[in-house]
Design a protein around this ligand. Structure first.
Ligand code: SF4
Length: 399
């Protein structure tokens, strides 16, 4: 099978949701490019898009995309579709009416009737599983970053330099912002207040975990407010890697190394995405924040100069201990539990790396690929209440 470009794991755009905001926006743009002389468009949202689309600003972003065209949005919560994030576009042109299904598969990627993945259709890596990649890199004396460059080209460095810049900008904005996040939950933005509390030396809070948590909060709050962020691998989990980056900077890791580490994180992300899922609607939060945690662990271990086996073990520990994590955003907003969860799992990524360093890697019983397979099967078995429908978990009890 092979793997598509890791670029599709890191997409820059407006939050709060890669599958429910970015995906529908890219789908609408695809429709606009494909059809000419459009008179009216009717968009029907099914499954998770219908159930949590309001909180995820799905209707808002479709309105933005079709601002100059007559259109109507229907939330169909009853009809079952094969994929939970399906949209039907009924496009009336001067000539005739066309109907087309588009699926938002997570992380901003869409699949259309033309089988076009808008972000990257081709498989550019020859390997599919982490075990194969490890074997190849070891036998060719390559680092994971060398492996990425060999298949993506040298320009990949510039791509991740830009990714780091957008992440840093989101962090800076998030740290200054005050007030409430959009929506009816009236959730206060907390990153700035947390930072000020940390600066108060009498409280004794200024440690690694607090710095990491604040960075994750700042970016996750930017996402929740519709700001520009980078998916990693999704919008809801976009705060995890910035928290890990804060840690690397506290450890005096250079930006050059962090940029390469982001590329390595992307490799782990694309292996998860193509062998399982990075969609909360498909496999629960283990596929979003669980994958982000494992990407963060891989990035940190790489930046610390750890050997390939240790990098993979760190990522495996992070993913294994995120298994079963449900997706239950209260009222459909990517706020509760998403923001705090980004912080908790950034800290968890750091601890996964520490464990991987001290646990001997000659006694591994669960491979990274095993964890991915387990995550996927667990996701398929998971009750749909816990897959971005806001029908179960915290969403059921917190009103
Ligand atoms: S609970 Fe997790 S998967 Fe669900 S919307 Fe929030 S971050 Fe995404």
């Amino acid at each position: 099978m092979g793997l598509r470009s890791i670029k599709e794991i890191f997409i820059t755009g407006h939050g709060p949701s890669s599958s429910h905001t970015m995906g529908p926006y890219f789908a609408s743009q695809y429709i606009l490019r494909k059809y000419k002389d459009i008179e009216h468009i009717e968009v029907t949202l099914y499954g998770s898009l219908a159930l949590t689309g309001k909180g995820h600003l799905t209707d808002y972003i479709i309105d933005v995309a079709f601002k100059d065209i007559s259109h109507k949005i229907i939330f169909n919560k009853k009809t079952k579709t094969k994929h939970p994030n399906t949209m039907t576009f009924k496009v009336t042109t001067k000539e005739k009416t066309f109907t087309e299904n588009v699926i938002s598969i997570g992380g901003g990627s869409i699949v259309t009737v033309d089988n076009i993945n808008e972000i990257g259709a081709k498989n550019i890596y020859p390997h599919t599983h982490m075990t194969e990649i490890m074997k190849y890199c070891t036998s060719h004396d390559m680092s994971f970053y060398d492996y990425v460059v060999a298949h993506e080209g040298k320009d990949i460095y510039k791509y991740f330099k830009d990714v780091l810049k957008v992440m840093d900008e989101a962090y800076d904005r998030g740290l200054k912002a005050e007030g409430y996040l959009p929506g009816k939950l009236h959730v206060k933005r907390k990153a700035k207040a947390m930072y000020e509390a940390m600066e108060d030396t009498t409280l004794g809070l200024n440690d690694v975990a607090m710095n990491v948590a604040i960075a994750s909060f700042a970016v996750a709050e930017e996402n929740a407010s519709g700001g520009i962020i980078v998916t990693a691998p999704t919008c809801g989990s976009a705060g995890v890697l910035p928290g890990c980056i804060k840690y690397l900077r506290m450890k005096k890791v250079s930006d050059d190394n962090i940029i390469k580490g982001l590329a390595v994180a992307g490799l782990f992300g694309i292996v998860c995405k193509m062998n399982a899922s990075v969609s909360g609607a498909e496999c629960g939060c283990q596929a979003e924040i669980g994958v982000a945690c494992s990407m963060g662990a891989a990035m940190i271990a790489f930046c610390f100069g750890k050997e390939i086996a240790d990098i993979v073990q760190a990522a495996e520990i992070a993913l294994e201990h995120s298994l079963g994590l449900t997706c239950d955003p209260v009222d459909g907003y990517v706020q509760i539990p998403c923001i705090e969860r980004c912080a908790i799992y950034a800290i968890k990524a750091i601890n996964a790396v520490k464990l991987a360093i001290v646990i001997p890697n000659d006694d591994i019983h669960v491979s990274y690929d095993d964890s991915i397979r387990t995550m996927y099967q667990t996701g398929l078995d998971m009750n749909k209440k816990y897959k971005e429908t806001s029908l179960g978990g915290l969403a059921e009890f917190i009103k």
